[in-house]
Each structure stands twice: as C-alpha cells, then as structure tokens.
Design a protein around this ligand. Structure first.
Ligand SMILES: [Fe+2]
Length: 167
C-alpha cells in the first residue's frame, strides 16, 4: 500500500508496539481517514441531490450510510492518536489524500447516484481489505479488527447499492 501521507514524529507511549510498526500503521490509517471523509461527503452529496420516484427511500438510505461513515471517521482518527500519531482529518487534507475519484456531479436519478456511490464504495472496500492484511502482517490485531469491522459494513452497503442496479 503506497502512502501519500507525510512521515510524522510520533508521541511516546507505553503501548507495546514498536515505533516503526506504529509509524507504518499511522500512515495507512491517515490514508483511510482521508478516504472515509471523502466517502462520507460523497454519500451526503447523494443524500441531498437524488431525485425521482425512489427519492425518499434513497434519501434515507444515503443518510444512514453517511452516519456509519461518520462513526468510522472517528474510530480511524482515534486509532491514529492511540498509536501516538497525529490524525490528519481536515477537509483540505481529505481532498488532497483521498484515493477516491471525484463524485459524478451530473448525477440526478436514483440509478445515477447509486452507480456513483457503488463505484466509490468499491474502491474504498478494496482499500479497507488491503488494510486488514497490511495491519495483520504488522502484528496489530486491534487495528486489523477495526478494519475488519469497517470492511463487513462496507461490503454490506455495496450489496445494498448493487441490489438496486440489477435488472
Ligand atoms: Fe439530511
């Protein structure tokens, strides 16, 4: 996994993970933080702008999904600080460091927004699954578990989105 986040000076901690391991994890987690913030705002973009006969159910669904992502933003950021790092979570940093493509601003109908979100959720799901393996290899079961929890929800949400597109 290639990091786009600059190296940090870590805080000392009594945590029994080496500085080298923590630094690598903080890099991955800050990358996730940027992508999660980006994905949350994309999901809100869909919540606000979707139109058509399925308006209400999609408007509600997208808001529920954005709420989950908001929780993950906090979980990921606080794992960074627990590991002795600085959470890089401003909108400006998210925009600069996110692995996601920009949202489709032409999207109008439910199908448009569901497709746009499915693309972003797919990219994000891949990143999160790679992060499970990367943090597991670094010997940090807790961070791997955090990623596993996110991954399970994201896979479910991708299923919800893709179920709309069948037929
Ligand atoms: Fe709202």
């Amino acid at each position: 996994m290639v990091s786009t986040v600059s190296k940090q000076k870590l805080y000392n901690t009594r945590l029994d993970l080496s500085e080298d391991i923590r630094a690598k994890e903080i890099d991955i987690l800050n990358q996730t933080l940027a992508a999660t913030l980006d994905l949350k705002t994309q999901t809100k973009q869909a919540h606000w702008n979707v139109k058509g006969m399925d308006f209400y159910q999609l408007h509600e669904l997208f808001d529920e999904m954005a709420g989950e992502l908001e929780e993950y933003v906090d979980m990921v950021a606080e794992r960074v600080t627990a590991l002795g790092g600085v959470a890089m979570g401003t909108a400006r940093l998210a925009a600069a460091n996110s692995i996601l493509s920009e949202y489709n601003f032409e999207a109008v109908t439910g199908a448009d927004h569901v497709t746009a979100l499915a693309n972003s959720f797919g990219t994000y799901a891949k990143h999160v699954r790679e992060a499970i393996d990367a943090t597991e290899e670094l010997g940090d079961a807790d961070t791997a578990d955090l990623y596993t929890e996110i991954s399970r929800t994201i896979d479910k949400r991708l299923w919800f989105l893709e179920a709309h597109l069948v037929g």
